[in-house]
Design a protein around this ligand. Structure first.
Ligand code: FPP
Length: 239
């Protein structure tokens, strides 16, 4: 295993596309939802590991706007899993000083889930350790549309001139307002795509893709990704 480099900073913000729950289950002859259950356990272990490694922000892609097109029973199970886990994890989030933020559209999220999210976001709002951003009912293009609409309203109100719109204005109109762009994007299960995730924010993000299915992704894999990140040279378009 690669060791973390003490002289190099760890990334401040790691974002993860947690993919492969379904295939993990199918490979074991189990229903897909068994994969999602294991996926929740993997997510819990990764939040602990992210905290231990000293990340400031961890963003997990838990449910995309495209995921609504899955079979109804799978969507229902995912919603129930999310609702259960969010309440169950609250004591540990408090103990670890983790703040939860949720990014995505509220509209369309079933009321009990929304209530759970609101409760945990509220309870953890003053925590000053790791910020856990959960992307839920999230789509990158929707996020950009919402930002453009918000900026257009500011222009119409005379607060902002079109030619003065800056990158800072766009960043500030995104769901991730105030959060630094991810330094590292991890994707499990080997797909080589971005899947409508944080489109604006990942402009200069380092990518790390592993064939491991999400339920098998553990702290050691996170450490390996972080250690590899530390050995890369980021040029941000320079030389
Ligand atoms: C990908 O597997 C995962 C999802 C659709 C998101 C659900 C994620 C979890 C339940 C784990 C984390 C949960 C929380 C609450 C943070 P897939 O179904 O796309 O797998 P496949 O590509 O093999 O079908």
């Amino acid at each position: 295993m690669l060791a973390l480099v003490r002289s190099q900073p760890v990334p401040a913000h790691v974002a993860i596309i947690m993919d492969g729950n379904g295939r993990w289950a199918t490979r074991k002859g189990l229903p897909r939802v068994a994969g999602h259950r294991e996926g929740v356990k993997a997510a819990r272990a990764i939040v602990r590991a992210a905290d231990a490694v000293g990340l400031r922000y961890l963003t997990l892609y838990a449910f995309s706007t495209e995921n609504w097109s899955r079979p109804e029973d799978e969507v229902t199970t995912l919603m129930r899993l999310l609702e259960e886990s969010i309440y169950r994890e609250l004591p540990e989030l408090m103990e670890r000083n983790v703040r939860l933020r949720v990014i995505g559209r509220r509209h369309g999220v079933p009321l009990p889930v929304r209530r759970g999210i609101d409760h945990v976001v509220h309870e953890t709002r003053a925590n000053s350790g790791l910020t856990l951003l959960m992307a839920f009912n999230y789509g990158g293009r929707d996020e950009l549309l919402d930002a453009f609409r918000a900026l257009a309203r500011r222009v119409r109100a005379g607060e902002l001139a079109p030619d003065d719109i800056s990158e800072t204005d766009v960043s500030g109109a995104l769901y991730t307002d105030g959060v630094p762009d991810p330094d590292l994007l991890i994707r499990t299960s080997g797909e080589m795509r971005v899947s409508n995730f944080l489109l604006w924010q990942i402009a200069y993000t380092e990518l790390w893709i592993t064939p491991t299915y999400w339920p098998d992704f553990g702290p050691v894999d996170l450490y390996r990704a972080v250690a590899e990140f530390q050995r890369r040279t980021r040029r941000f378009g320079g030389v």
